[in-house]
Design a protein around this ligand. Structure first.
Ligand SMILES: C[S@@+](CC[C@H](N)C(=O)[O-])C[C@H]1O[C@@H](n2cnc3c(N)ncnc32)[C@H](O)[C@@H]1O
Length: 148
């Protein structure tokens, strides 16, 4: 297994976990900056052509894991691999953001849900090839359909 090293850090308006919108209908439209370490800057070449990016990052302020847990969007427990819980065996987060602009070592993005200072492990262009009619949303669709 490889040992990960950050390629940069997130500048986020969220300083503590309680500030990040959670639960059904939560909107993730906060602006943030992905500040890439100078030695990785050549890796950003041509990134501005993509509207959305997938950010792979570390839940650096989460410790331990639960194989079953009740997410904020439901009242029933689900397996960790059927949720996006920060408490997972390998604390890796995945967020799709909109790329607003690229300025040197900075990527200005919309849609961050990471805390300020979160280490970034990787960035990839978002390329969705799954037609929406083929997507199933599992227990989340049931939770969303339940009367409030
Ligand atoms: C439900 S997770 C989803 C994260 C990501 N979109 C994913 O799917 O992997 C989002 C929560 O992670 C927590 N979080 C954000 N940054 C974190 C960090 N650096 N360390 C630990 N927890 C973090 C916040 O409480 C936030 O509400």
């Amino acid at each position: 297994m490889f040992t990960s090293q950050p390629i940069g850090f997130v500048i986020s308006p969220y300083k503590i976990a309680g500030e990040v919108p959670k639960g059904l209908g939560a909107k993730h439209d906060a602006d943030g900056v992905l500040k890439i370490l100078p030695e990785f800057e050549p890796g950003l070449t041509d990134i501005e052509g993509f509207s959305h990016l997938v950010i792979i990052w570390e839940f650096d302020r989460s410790h331990g894991f639960d194989l079953l847990g009740t997410p904020p969007s439901d009242n029933r427990p689900h397996g960790v691999f059927a949720t996006r819980s920060p408490r997972r065996p390998n604390p890796i987060g995945l967020t799709t953001v909109e790329l607003l602009r690229h300025e040197g070592i900075e990527l200005h993005v919309r849609g961050v849900d990471m805390l300020d200072g979160t280490p970034i492990l990787d960035i990839k262009p978002y390329l969705s090839s799954i037609p929406s009619e083929k997507l199933r949303r599992g227990w989340l669709a049931e939770a969303e359909a339940r009367p409030k």
